[in-house]
Design a binder for this molecule. Structure first.
Ligand code: AMP
Length: 420
């Protein structure tokens, strides 16, 4: 497989799939440009080599052409970050895109309009009535798959090489993230730096693991983390359960959880995960105390109690000090650490202590040589909020893609390039 470092882009036209799905405010100003900056090293390397780039991305979830989701909004920022005036094609598939990509010279860049203005990008029919007959649904699905292939072929025709740097959409088999790769030979499709770094980080954690390996799984619900927890139970030495899902485990074990968040239909699952941890010799670390509140609010009255003795009318919104100590002890003795999900409602300042304690323990372990990977939406927001992101070994840009990768699933965007 080709790697971006070794590939010389001189004279090549690269179609680069990036994830420029950045948040915009009501005036269409970018409120966080992290995702654009993340793709800059790849784009700059191609331009510096003497190649040209055709940049493709989605923005939001448009249902068709919709100015609200136009990539025109981010064009000035992309030009600024790349240090070249980036051209724009107002339709990713039209004649304009064909012509503008054809005349690109070495060192020049073209940004295509939102790929998701076409249903073919995702390969799924839109606007199908809920009560459409099965035959109609089948036919529409088949037609959209054919459109998807055509779209991929058209996008591929602009370029001589395909580069995927959109880790955030690697779990989707879309026209520009996976299908397009079929139109390039193995020597002309490769990962960008961001994608490669993400893959390396996950593989360092899951394949070349230094032990002890500790995963901290937080967040609100166990139901959204079942598969990842099950996969981790075959890999980790310690599994720390934190956040809202704590109380499903506590209740399953017979504890009193007051009004804490709970999934009553997952009590058996919690017990089976506890058993699975025992069977696999995994040290499952559950909270012993909680910071409880008399309402779901930053200004609620609070107290610390044992996690299994939460009075009626109160709910656990973070771990307590004893749990902080126990978690920190396990984390600081680890050589590989994966953190997904806060220990409490970290959006409320008064319930950030547990997540801070976990973050600080990871910083200490990382300083001592451990490899730490933080990923999945809210834990990234946590490390940013606490100002410790640069003290982690790697902070992933992927949400769903990262979780599916850790669950052990094949990601279409990765498979399309390296074959697995
Ligand atoms: P997730 O997206 O599953 O990682 O969940 C993150 C969310 O879980 C954050 O918005 C937290 O506020 C929430 N969360 C964490 N702990 C609790 C808790 N004890 N009660 C309610 N929500 C929680």
């Amino acid at each position: 497989m080709q790697t971006i470092d070794k590939f010389n882009f001189a004279g090549e036209k690269a179609f680069v799939r990036v994830d420029f799905n950045v948040p915009l405010d009501e005036q269409f100003n970018i409120t966080d440009d992290t995702r654009i900056r993340a793709a800059v090293p790849t784009l700059k390397k191609i331009l510096k080599d003497g190649g040209s780039v055709i940049i493709g991305s989605h923005l939001g979830r448009p249902k068709g052409v919709d100015g609200k989701y136009s990539l025109q909004h981010i064009l000035p920022r992309v030009s600024e970050l790349l240090g070249v005036k980036v051209e724009f094609a107002s339709d990713c598939l039209g004649q304009e895109a064909v012509e503008k990509s054809a005349v690109l010279k070495p060192g020049q860049a073209l940004l295509l309009e939102n790929l998701r203005f076409y249903a073919a990008e995702e390969g799924k029919p839109r606007d199908l009535a809920d009560d459409a007959p099965e035959e109609t649904v089948k036919a529409a699905k088949k037609a959209e798959k054919a459109n998807q292939k055509d779209m991929a072929q058209q996008l591929a025709s602009y370029a001589t090489v395909y580069v995927n740097d959109a880790f955030g959409t690697a779990h989707r088999a879309h026209a520009s993230t996976a299908i397009i790769a079929d139109f390039f030979d193995t020597g002309h499709k490769l990962f960008g730096y961001l994608m490669q770094n993400e893959i390396d980080a996950v593989e360092k954690v899951l394949r070349d693991t230094a032990h002890p390996f500790t995963a901290i799984m937080g967040g609100s619900k166990v139901s959204s983390k079942i598969e990842i927890i099950e996969n981790l139970l075959t890999k980790v030495d310690n599994l720390i359960i934190a956040g809202g899902m704590t109380y499903t485990f506590t209740k399953a074990l017979g504890g009193k959880i007051g009004e804490s968040i709970v999934e009553d239909d997952k009590l058996d699952l919690a017990l089976s995960l506890i058993q699975k941890a025992k069977d696999n010799n995994v040290n499952l670390v559950l909270a012993v105390d909680a910071k409880i509140a008399d309402s779901f609010s930053n200004d609620a009255k609070t107290q610390f109690v044992p996690v299994d003795a939460i009075p009626d009318g109160w709910q656990g919104l973070d771990i307590g000090p004893e749990t902080e100590k126990q978690f920190a002890g396990v984390i600081e003795a680890s050589k590989t650490i994966l953190w997904n999900g806060p220990t409490g409602v970290f959006e409320f300042e008064n319930f950030t202590s547990g997540s801070r304690a976990v973050g600080n323990a990871i910083v200490k372990a990382t300083d001592k040589g451990a490899f730490s990977l933080v990923g999945g939406g809210d834990s990234v927001a946590c490390v940013n909020k606490f100002g410790i992101a640069d003290k982690m070994s790697y902070v992933s840009t992927g949400g769903g893609a990262l979780l599916e990768f850790i669950e052990g699933k094949e990601l279409p965007g990765i498979k399309a390039i390296r074959g697995y």
